[in-house]
Design a protein around this ligand. Structure first.
Ligand SMILES: NC(=O)c1ccc[n+]([C@@H]2O[C@H](COP(=O)([O-])OP(=O)(O)OC[C@H]3O[C@@H](n4cnc5c(N)ncnc54)[C@H](O)[C@@H]3O)[C@@H](O)[C@H]2O)c1
Ligand SMILES: O=C(O)[C@H](O)COP(=O)(O)O
Length: 390
């Protein structure tokens, strides 16, 4: 029985797939695995029992990856699971801004009365908007979210420029060929009317949009941040807005300093908060977790390599280890020492870590603990698991 702990509201559409004969949900503090959304676990010290942490969503900057790597904990996210929801919110908010919808709605609320139609006609000029068609949309980051945003921009008749120097080849296939590739970031910044950022928050991307980049924008530009608060320097935005060097800021991340301004619209981190996105992300999270706990497969892990093989033998031994030479030799020789014949061996690496999955049919179960101890004693082994065919 695997103990699963959840944080935040995880959709039942996913959780119901954790069959009670194999998984106990929130019944013990000694969790084998954690499923979460935005809960900040950066200061959490995980017990040696925790084998996996699954982010039902895209951004995993709330999970301490260094600690996970040290302890051989597999960390997963659910890429693309909520991307459509973010794309739709970006365009809703762009429309709200372009068409002066917020002050217009306030006007209607405040002027409900007999002569409302008269006042409405007289006030129309105050709420005259602009169209998105023929405006230039700059998209930084063309992954799961950014590619959808860029393509929808084209459908709106916008001129779309994209920037993503390390785009994944799979992601590049998703981007419409009519999206222009910015040769450098400054050419994108100088030309766009709307700038939207869809990159992960990490050390490199802290305050990615700050004073110097804001200064390159047109004074009439609108900046949109539906990625993470730390990616945009709010103080620099505030200054640019005050000095009329920026027209509008749309963000999904509330901040005290930006609150209450007519040139700022902030949603309370709602990008992934649709029923559909929450269901999809939770289902992906649970399915990936089950594959890992029951079969040792790694699907959408952010710190370990992808490996997804059918479990066709009686047993599997999985080893998380440092990505260094001669690990396979050392691992195989321990199998040899215990006279265990290897039916299949898969080994993949990602950065400094590697994952080896060894499949066997005949295994001396009486010697299991001694065998796992020998594997664990290899200096660069981080974590071993023994799995029986489910
Ligand atoms: N507001 C929300 O509710 C919400 C929902 C989903 C995702 N997000 C945020 O959006 C981010 C992106 O999500 P995704 O699913 O598209 O991720 P993704 O990994 O599919 O794509 C991110 C892209 O950004 C690119 N990139 C990284 N650093 C860059 C840089 N400095 N300049 C240009 N490109 C850069 C990468 O090459 C990659 O193609 C997530 O990390 C998350 O923080 C927010
Ligand atoms: O990174 C994400 O997936 C989004 O920011 C959504 O976060 P949430 O699951 O906490 O709503």
């Amino acid at each position: 029985m695997y103990q699963i702990k959840t944080y935040n509201v995880i959709s039942q559409a996913g959780l119901k797939e954790l069959t009670p004969d194999q998984f106990a949900l929130n019944q013990s503090d000694q969790a084998d695995a954690i499923i979460l959304r935005s809960e900040n676990l950066l200061n959490t010290n995980f017990s040696s029992q925790v084998k996996a942490i699954v982010r039902a969503g895209a951004g995993y900057n709330n999970i301490p990856l260094d600690q996970a790597n040290e302890k051989g904990i597999a960390v997963f996210n659910t890429p693309g699971g909520n991307a459509n929801a973010v794309k739709e919110l970006v365009f809703f908010m762009m429309g709200v801004c372009a068409r002066e919808i917020y002050p217009a709605l306030n006007f209607s609320q405040e002027n409900i009365g007999a002569d409302v139609s008269l006042r409405t006609e007289a006030s129309k000029n105050s709420f005259r908007g602009t169209e998105l068609k023929d405006r230039t949309l700059g998209v930084i980051g063309l992954g799961h979210v950014g590619s959808l945003v860029a393509n929808l921009g084209l459908a709106y008749g916008m001129n779309v420029i994209g920037y993503d120097p390390s785009i994944h080849p799979d992601a590049a296939w998703e981007v419409d060929r009519a999206v222009k590739r910015a040769s450098n970031l400054s050419s994108l910044l100088k030309n766009c009317d709307y700038l939207t950022i869809h990159i992960p928050y990490n050390e490199d991307n802290h305050h990615f949009i700050g004073a110097s980049k804001l200064q390159m924008l047109k004074k009439t530009a609108v900046v949109m941040n539906f990625s993470r608060s730390g990616i945009v320097d709010d103080q620099a935005v505030l200054k640019a807005l005050d000095q009329k060097e920026l027209k509008f800021y749309l963000s999904d991340f509330p901040s005290a300093e930006l609150a209450g301004r007519p040139d700022v619209l902030i949603t309370p981190h709602l990008g992934g908060s649709t029923r559909e996105a929450e269901h999809t992300a939770a289902r992906m999270a649970v399915r990936q977790l089950k594959e890992f706990l029951l079969n040792g497969n790694l699907i959408n892990s952010v710190n370990l390599p992808e490996i997804n093989e059918p479990f066709s033998t009686d047993y599997r031994v999985t080893i998380v280890h440092h990505n260094i030479p001669n690990m396979l030799g050392q691992i195989s020789s321990i199998f040899g020492d215990f006279s265990i014949n290897i039916d299949r061996l898969s080994n993949r690496s990602k950065g400094d870590l590697a994952y080896t999955m060894v499949e066997v049919n005949d295994f001396p179960l009486a010697k299991k603990e001694e065998f796992l101890k020998a594997l664990q004693a290899i200096p660069s082994t981080i974590r071993t698991r023994f799995l029986e065919h489910p």
